[in-house]
Design a protein around this ligand. Structure first.
Ligand code: NAD
Length: 256
């Protein structure tokens, strides 16, 4: 039980293919009190079913761009759970227009939306999470990024820029959180077939070609990402912060 009695907030569950689903499940198996969020009414029922399945301790409706939702949720966590130990940010979004074609398709509105949801929400949610972690003597924050932050990929466009901003935000949050014993990291998995991923034009080609270029010659599964998320949440990683950790079987450093 690596996470016994730790309070863990896990965002970004759409269904049982979501990366966050695998993370929440393994957190629960490791003894954490897991709190889930869903973005809006459409996802309520599914998330409540998953909460039951994994034995979650609570479910919150939370649109990460709405300050009122954040205030209510973090306020409730403070009152009912006495603080927070772990926060998983698994949130990203871009309009269709900003994915596909070339990056010059981006509009100011669409670009801002991708940056706001996919990068700024980590900063804003950490603003609420950090004081709750300080109360417990420290904590661990992590987010999900993608190799499109450092390499130009077909169709990823504005989301690649947003992921670069997200990774930079991780370093600044790690800088701010360090003296409070709060660690902040990002996990960068290879392609996994989720709702968000499938909205990227050409994603399935990327997915199908991945194994050939990975040293491990296979695709990444949700469980693989969750294992690293457990490590980052636990004391095993107590001096690890500001990192981008690739879970891609070596794909990121393949030179041929
Ligand atoms: P997913 O569709 O299951 O999850 C994305 C989640 O983001 C959804 O649950 C959605 O509700 C949430 N979200 C979007 N806007 C939100 C908002 N305003 N407020 C609250 N929640 C909001 O897909 P996923 O692939 O599991 O995505 C999780 C994270 O993993 C994302 O950051 C994604 O970029 C990242 N990632 C995915 C892959 C992949 O191949 N699937 C690879 C690398 C990184």
């Amino acid at each position: 039980m690596l996470l016994k009695d730790k309070v863990a907030l896990v965002t970004g569950i759409t269904n049982d293919r979501s990366i966050a689903y695998y993370i929440a499940k393994q957190y629960s198996e490791q003894g954490a009190k897991v709190l889930l969020t869903y973005q809006g009414e459409r996802l309520k029922e599914g998330t409540e079913k998953i909460a039951q399945e994994i034995g979650a301790a609570g479910v919150y409706c939370c649109d990460a761009t709405k300050d009122d939702d954040l205030k209510n949720m973090f306020g409730d966590i403070n009152t009912n759970f006495g603080g927070l130990d772990i926060f998983v940010h698994a949130i990203a979004f871009a309009n269709k227009n900003e994915l596909g074609g070339g990056i010059t398709n981006s509009t100011a509105e669409g670009f801002k939306l991708a940056l706001e949801i996919s990068a700024f929400t980590l900063i804003n949610m950490s603003k609420y999470a950090m004081p709750l972690m300080e109360k417990r003597g420290g904590g661990s924050i992590m987010t999900l990024t993608y190799i499109g932050s450092i390499k130009a990929l077909p169709s990823y466009n504005a989301m690649g820029v947003a992921k670069a901003a997200l990774e930079s935000a991780v370093r600044y949050l790690a800088f701010e959180g360090g003296p409070k014993n709060i660690r902040v990291n990002s996990i960068s998995p290879g392609p996994i077939r989720t709702v968000a991923a499938r909205s990227i034009p050409g994603f399935l080609d990327m997915y199908n070609n991945f194994a050939e270029h990975s040293f491990m010659k296979k695709n990444v599964e949700g469980e693989d990402v969750a294992g690293t998320a457990v490590y980052l949440a636990s004391d095993l990683s107590k001096m690890v912060t500001g990192m981008v950790i690739f879970i891609d079987g070596g794909f990121h450093c393949n030179g041929f």
